[in-house]
Design a protein around this ligand. Structure first.
Ligand code: E4P
Length: 217
């Protein structure tokens, strides 16, 4: 399973990269705005900074909602770095744009996916990644993990190459459950990755080992 970090915060991206388990980054316009990154030029420069830190794929989202605009923006973004994946919303023109990018060998991440049907369409269009938002489904009392299981079954039935990128991951249990179901990737905050480290018995055990070692010194 690959781990992506879902942030535009450079310090957190560096921290996850330094941990040695980071496989990529996802961003969106809201995450950019959260870091105070606004305006096309600043956003482009920020993508370049992220690409300089990480070794894996970096999802960069288009703002246009029409086919021509998405193609123009996506081609511009893809030229920034080989790591850039063009993030396209699951709307009608988005599906057309994903097919266009796929035919041109440009990597895509189909975002804002909330149903198995949408995921099937994204795969048919040739998306590199599909992003079902599990946390936002949980927020409206719908089982986000069940959607991951449905997509896994459909993609396996037909050997689709599209990778399931479980998005809107909020905590460590989401990560563990996605791993059990067989999501290819999860993207979440740094806390969802670092939270996997923690267990009180590890801390108690280590304290005891060190105390016993020190008895002999
Ligand atoms: C996915 O790529 C999105 O950036 C993200 O996972 C959305 O998460 P949220 O629902 O926590 O905003």
């Amino acid at each position: 399973m690959k781990f992506f970090i879902d942030t535009a915060n450079l310090d957190q991206i560096k921290e996850a990269q330094d941990l040695g388990v980071l496989d990529g980054v996802t961003t969106n316009p809201s995450l950019m705005a959260k870091e105070g990154i606004t305006g096309k030029e600043n956003i482009i420069n920020h993508y370049k900074k992220i690409c300089d830190i990480v070794t894996g794929d970096v999802s960069a989202e288009v703002i246009s909602t029409d086919f021509e605009g998405m193609v123009r923006e996506g081609e511009e973004l893809a030229k920034l770095d080989d790591k850039i994946v063009v993030k396209v919303p699951m709307i009608k023109d988005g599906v057309k744009a994903i097919k266009y990018f796929s035919d041109k060998g440009i990597k895509t991440n189909c975002t804002l996916v909330f149903s198995a049907g949408q995921a099937l369409l994204a795969a048919k269009a040739g998306a590199t990644y599909v992003s079902p938002f599990i946390g936002r489904l949980d927020d409206i009392s719908t089982d986000g993990l069940n959607l991951i299981a449905e997509i896994r079954m459909i993609y396996d039935n037909y050997n689709f190459d599209t990778q399931i990128l479980a998005a809107s991951v909020r905590h460590t249990m989401h990560v563990i459950d996605c791993a059990k179901i067989g999501a290819d990737i999860m993207t979440g905050p740094l806390s969802s990755i670092e939270g996997l480290l923690k267990h009180p018995l590890t801390d108690i055990g280590l304290a005891k080992f060190l105390a016993d070692y020190n008895k002999g010194n």
